[in-house]
Write a protein that binds this ligand. Sequence first.
Ligand SMILES: Cc1cc2nc3c(=O)[nH]c(=O)nc-3n(C[C@H](O)[C@H](O)[C@H](O)COP(=O)(O)OP(=O)(O)OC[C@H]3O[C@@H](n4cnc5c(N)ncnc54)[C@H](O)[C@@H]3O)c2cc1C
Length: 609
Amino acid sequence: MRASEILPTVAGMTSHHHPHDEPWHDLPEGFADYLELEAVLSAPVRTAALDRAAHALDRAPSQIVDLGSGTGADAIALARRFSHARVHALDVSAQLLERVTTAATAAGISDRIEGHRADLSGDWTAEIPSGVDLVWAALTLHHIEDLDAVLEKVYAALRPGGVFVLTELASEPRFQPADLGTGSARLQGRVTQVLAHNQHADHDWTALLEQAGFGIVDRHEHEVVARADSTEGAHYLGTALRTQREQFTQGMTDADIAELNAVIDAIEAGVSTITVHSPRTVWIATRPLTDAPTNPAEIIEADVAVLGGGPAGLAAAIALGRSRRKVVVIDAGQPRNAPAEGAHNVLGHEGISPHELLVRGRAEAESYGVRIVRGQATEISGANDDFTVEVSGDAARVHARRIILATGLVDDLPDVPGVQTGWGHSVLHCAFCHGWEIRDQRIAILTRDEVAVHHAMLFSHLSGQAAGFLHDAPDPTDDQWEQLRALNVTVVRPRVQRLILEGPQVRGIEIDGGTVLEADAVIVTPRYNARTELYESLGGVAETTPFGRQVPTDPRGMTEVPGIFATGNASQPMSMVVASAAAGVTTGTAVHGDLAFSGLQRAVDRAKL
Ligand SMILES: Cc1cc2nc3c(=O)[nH]c(=O)nc-3n(C[C@H](O)[C@H](O)[C@H](O)COP(=O)(O)OP(=O)(O)OC[C@H]3O[C@@H](n4cnc5c(N)ncnc54)[C@H](O)[C@@H]3O)c2cc1C
């Protein structure tokens, strides 16, 4: 880690007076404290990244590497989260490594955190054991000149199936107000210029990771916000501006320098209202399992193979595991609500992170002997009582008597620029999942090929500022106009060109002619297309409704193909988390019943011999 590139984290300010080509050994005054403040403000990003890392891991990690440990906040969080793991904290600064040791001792986990002095541009892999489970790099790689080489090292350090968590700036941080409240155009120009020196956002990390051979399993956006009107925000902003005053003031007039000093004084006196927003992106990438020494002969025997480890599949597996059935869950690890911060209407776990919910569900399933296999089920062959499932990745096959398809669905989103970027954050589909979070906001309802009076009804109840954008939809009928008027929903006829976003947050909607209408959230109506390919490959016929495609089943999940069951969103696209889990329990019990009855018949037949 080079401190000249660490400083621009929340505030995004670069300290150019430190040479870029020399590892940084002597920390400037106050820098370590600054990093600690930064670590406090970044806690929500860290927690979300940990949740997602835990979900992506196929087993509890035993060796973790933190690349660029700073004062140790991430290393400690990693050691706490993964309580059997040893964390190798790498940093170029001996002073920072001392802080890591002190913090680990204070946290009572010094036996599991090991500091290593290493330059990340050098051969740091020699410092760590081979085949680590998790590599973590938070704002520590962007400055390295040869990014391909460092990513190659991360790849080599991981075991097949190991996880790499990379956090970097998504775009330039921004001050609000941009002139720091001074009204000075020159100061604003200087601030913008300094922030623009920060080139970190320019790397195409997704492409770099893919080129290095990683499989990206998740990518999500966050924003770290430091507010001068909060104690820690004021402390942070004051320290940040003071330590980098030199950079801001280069070429400035005495009057402007006095303005900047007044800004810093106001922050430190607790009377400033400026904020800085720093958008972050977190990538969760894995070294593919296909890299693993394969054992193609391995066949896992099970009573039931559950395809999909979302709420439905895990709930089915738990019901079966508790009934002493041998169960294998094959999961590709892409739950539908992965982009969302929290899952709502989940009784007893309101607002829980979708990943955390599944981490708990997997642990519960495993506690009843369920085996969880990471990978994609690519093919099912055979017939009732004798199915074989091919799994990509793990190079294993599962032989099972019954199959539960809990493979969920794909949200087919409208093809409007910006929709994908905001999906799950500010581009939403469900009043019950996110409605409360956007109450009273400016809600734009983007209709598809029918007028979404239904959405207008639900969302106008949550906010008095709901507007319908007809986009490609036909004009409303007279009755619908009357209904929309009665609901006080404004209707916008021109076609939508694109959404204007800051990170994943919608700010406006550009319509034909270039007019931009402000909005805080956009509601879309996806087609809900269940993953029906495997079902169809067995001769099953998928059902198409105006909402999308699904596997038809009886109320307990039995399909028309003997031995094949379907549950959760695969057969009920409208089911939310709890309903999907409930369906999973019902289907799990139905499959157990089916196996029990066929066993009973066999027992009777045997007794007659
Ligand atoms: C943005 C968003 C936000 C949402 N928020 C909420 C909310 O707040 N509250 C709520 O109740 N509901 C919410 N939902 C709905 C919720 O996501 C679904 O109800 C729930 O995920 C359905 O569970 P499931 O197990 O059927 O499918 P999923 O959760 O989608 O799980 C399916 C699993 O199967 C895996 N899979 C697919 N194909 C294969 C294969 N061939 N082999 C192996 N594995 C495979 C997938 O990778 C995935 O892990 C939200 C949905 C979206 C899109």
